[in-house]
Write a protein that binds this ligand. Sequence first.
Ligand code: FE2
Length: 305
Amino acid sequence: MAEWSDDSPAARLRKIALLSQELPVLLRRALVDFRLSGDSGVVVGGLPLADADLGTSPPVTATPPQRDELARADAMLLLIASFLGYPVSQAGVDDGRLIRDISPKPGHETTQLGSSSSGELMWHNEDAYHPLRPDWICLLCLRNPDSTATSFVPITEVPIEEPTRSLLFQPRFRIEPDSSNVSSTAVAEPPAVAVLAGDRSRPFVRLDPAFMIRDAADGEACDALETVIKAVDDRLQDVRLAPGEILIIDNLRSVHGRRAFQARYDGRDRWLRVVHAAADLRRSEGFRTGDHGRAVLADVGLVQR
Ligand SMILES: [Fe+2]
């Protein structure tokens, strides 16, 4: 059993969870309001960042830079994520790192990866295929020279009429792992899941159109899927983050993506840092790995959520 004086990654996370109670009262109040209200997203601004101290945007540097300014940004991200829930990662994504960089990468321009640029990143729920997908995504903007928009919409703002609505509550949809998760690309046919779940008037949503199987044998489900995709497209909003702003996305109540932009590859590119948070660690007990113990395995069988 690790002691509190232990400086292992797992022990550091425990300390961060305690320290999150020391966040400024106004910020804690805003986060509690956000969490209890069931709002789909919020922007927290005002994190002081000195651009000159950040170094160059990845991937010009071979590895993410280690600087005091970035350490402060990471601490703020982890504190906020720890106040909402428990920071978690995916074991198959970026070696299970808890804090990940998002910036354009040469060769990825038109892929459906966070490192794409000239191609729009289709909106989605994060890790939609995964039964233990994160509850919240905390996106900290370090640099955004062209005010590139994060696309976003709460599912409650998307009109979904009957009979499409009822059909989306039925487990008739299959979602494949997205291509960022290297350890889950060979998984057998994904299980059938519902797009909408929970409270029928304020449902949770599970969509990733770029990785959803269209089964011609179930025309009704295909039609319902295309209907909701178009409805989301029509309501999609743009959130243009500025440096020092953190967008907190409720991953069960909203979808997000990114508009197209032109990468520079000059060390000044758009650069975000991201931490995921889970509301409950018990659901993933026995399915996590990593030296911090928070990297959720890609294949967790039929754990339901
Ligand atoms: Fe995403």
